[in-house]
Design a protein around this ligand. Structure first.
Ligand SMILES: Nc1ncnc2c1ncn2[C@@H]1O[C@H](COP(=O)(O)OP(=O)(O)OP(=O)(O)O)[C@@H](O)[C@H]1O
Ligand SMILES: [Mg+2]
Length: 334
């Protein structure tokens, strides 16, 4: 059965503010797709429309053959019948409910479907489903606690358990890790991704954090000002950006020709190691030690400031020769 999600011509305007211009997107079944872009670019608006929490002005949303939304045909399947799971930035747990009740609530809300919360004999089935979901997120034994008795990471795992207990055909994540500190965020990133993979879920994930997007995704969708700028694997987005904004937003760019031709810092060679390499004279301008290497800002002859990496400290003000292989020089589409 085709369970890919198709977005076609979807748009949304609030008053005079167009949050999302007409947008097309495909979310492939079993893949981890991420919407990446700066604050206000329309990520949450797009996600909420897919969830059924916001009504689009134009366009269609279909999953396989099933139409979930069509502006033209005035069709709008309510959120709880779309059979999607959601995980929010603030976890959105109910403070007066225990961990068990929070997860069970998700199952009861989805009882219209074929999930384990439906039909007779529900009590026992429900209990098994909840305990199973909690076991998956390593929270067995904590089912009687209240959210305020849990750490941020544990709360987020409850939110995840609640979202996946219904066996959703798509899980929507809106910046689920941004309330956590940096160390926990990295741990949870790995944990959440392995859970999504183990459960064979299809995920649509929203973040403004490029590291998160690059490290977790099969497909990255780069957005800005209510538009999709580029869609592709993390490798394509980083190595072959199609738009200057994409190049600038993801990683560091060394511009040979502003807005048109670039190479990445890790491709700078301090000695020639290939015959056809391009050579540039640069001046060492600034050095930051970042633990495993020195990050060096260099001034190019075209006036641009570039970044390069070196294993030792170099003298500021010194002129140096660098080399870059032609295959690492990338020309943007005009
Ligand atoms: N309910 C609303 N009423 C009016 N304007 C809205 C509403 N929801 C969103 N907007 C506006 O639409 C634009 C896109 O908002 P959205 O929340 O989708 O951005 P975002 O990419 O999720 O940003 P962030 O990273 O800050 O969460 C913003 O300019 C926002 O102010
Ligand atoms: Mg948002």
């Amino acid at each position: 059965m085709n369970q890919d999600l198709y977005i076609h011509g979807l748009s949304k305007t609030f008053g005079h503010m167009t949050a999302l211009h007409e947008t097309n997107l495909v979310v492939r079944r079993g893949q981890f797709t991420t919407l990446l872009g700066p604050s206000g670019c329309g990520k949450t608006t797009l996600l909420r429309m897919i969830a059924g929490l916001e009504t689009p002005d134009t366009g269609t949303i279909t999953m396989g053959e099933e139409v979930l939304f069509s502006a033209e045909r005035k069709k709008d399947i309510p959120a709880h019948l779309r059979h999607f799971g959601m995980v929010f930035q603030d976890f959105a747990l109910w403070p007066h409910m225990t961990v068990f009740e929070n997860v069970a609530f998700g199952l009861r809300a989805g009882k219209h479907g074929k999930g384990p919360g439906s039909g007779s004999g529900r009590g026992k089935e429900l209990r098994i489903a909840v305990l199973e979901a909690l076991d998956k997120v390593r929270l067995s034994g904590m089912e009687d606690r209240y959210p305020h008795q849990l750490s941020g990471g544990q709360q987020q795992r409850v939110a995840f358990a609640r979202a996946v207990a219904i066996r959703p055909r798509l899980v929507l994540f809106d910046e689920p890790l941004s309330a956590l500190d940096a160390v926990l965020r990295e741990e949870m990133r790995i944990e959440m991704l392995s859970l999504v993979r183990d459960l064979g879920l299809t995920a649509l994930y929203v973040t403004h954090d490029q590291i998160e997007a690059m490290s977790m995704s099969d497909e990255v969708v780069v957005m800005r000002s209510g538009h999709i700028l580029q869609t592709g694997t993390p490798e394509i987005i980083y190595g072959r950006p199609s738009h200057p904004e994409v190049a600038r937003f993801i990683g560091k760019s060394n511009w040979l020709e502003p807005e048109r031709t670039l190479f990445r810092p890790e491709h700078v060679r301090w000695e020639q190691d290939q015959v056809d390499q391009h050579s540039f004279t640069v001046e060492i301008r600034h050095i930051s030690y970042v633990g495993d290497r020195y990050e060096i800002r260099i001034r190019a002859e075209n006036g641009e400031l570039w970044t390069a990496y070196h294993s030792t400290r170099l003298p500021i003000g010194e002129q140096k020769q660098i080399w870059v292989s032609p295959q690492h020089i990338h020309q943007l589409d005009s």
